[in-house]
Design a protein around this ligand. Structure first.
Ligand SMILES: C[S@@+](CC[C@H](N)C(=O)[O-])C[C@H]1O[C@@H](n2cnc3c(N)ncnc32)[C@H](O)[C@@H]1O
Length: 216
């Protein structure tokens, strides 16, 4: 099933397939969330999540949703371009008894955004780097955030850009449509700040940066 006309979405469907989703769910059950996801979760929880609504864009197997539901989030909207991730997230949430708290939407968030409700908290964990049109993705997502906007994406330093360029070169050689993007941090930040958000948490690791914004 093609989630949209954007070639990157076709790449997403191919790369984030059933076997990847199964492997990630197994890893989450064994080890819990990734280090950067834990940093994002802690920063978001410090801003208050009790009875809040969450819009998790590119939620993958649903780790952020499951963690925040346990922490008191009331309602979740999950949007993912990968049907395999979405199905896996739904099955796991249902198994854990949270199924009725989450609504699932498969497709390109940029296309679906006008049909989706806003939420107090919006998260994009390692999603911005998977989409070519960063301004459209960031604008549409920050427009749906009422209080907190939390993102994890690669730093835009030269050596990461070079590594990503190399990885994309290999994808091209193997005729795989999926590409990775190192979008400029300053451009992401400008779009978020223009909607009245201020940075309240930053963590820069070797590859990823975790940034959480809140509305005053
Ligand atoms: C690297 S995975 C990250 C999954 C999860 N957030 C995590 O950190 O484990 C990138 C995710 O973003 C989703 N994605 C990327 N661009 C998207 C878009 N425009 N609309 C919806 N989902 C998107 C992919 O389908 C995938 O689930």
């Amino acid at each position: 099933m093609n989630c949209c006309s954007n070639p990157q979405c076709r790449g997403i469907e191919q790369i984030f397939d059933d076997s990847v989703a199964r492997k990630e769910l197994k890893e989450y059950k064994r080890k819990g969330v990734k280090k950067t996801t834990r940093l994002l979760l802690n920063a978001v929880q410090n801003l208050g999540v009790k009875n809040a609504s969450l819009l998790d864009i590119g939620g993958g197997i649903g780790a952020i949703q499951l963690e925040l539901l346990q922490a008191g989030v009331a309602q979740v909207t999950n949007v993912d371009a990968s049907p395999a991730y979405s199905n896996t997230a739904r099955d796991e949430a249902t198994r854990l008894g949270w199924g009725d708290r989450v609504s699932y939407h498969v497709g390109n968030f940029v296309d679906l955004a006008p049909t989706l409700p806003s939420a107090e908290i919006v998260t994009l964990d390692r999603v911005i780097c998977c989409y070519n049109d960063m301004p459209a993705l960031v604008q549409a997502s920050v427009d749906r955030a009422r209080r907190v906007y939390a993102v994890v994406f690669p730093k835009d330093v030269w050596w990461i850009k070079a590594g990503i360029g190399l990885a994309n070169g290999l994808q091209k050689v193997f005729r795989h449509p999926f590409r990775i993007f190192a979008h400029p941090t300053e451009e992401v930040e400008a779009l978020v700040r223009a909607r009245g958000f201020e940075r309240v948490f930053t963590n820069r690791g070797l590859f990823w940066q975790v940034i959480v914004y809140a509305k005053g």
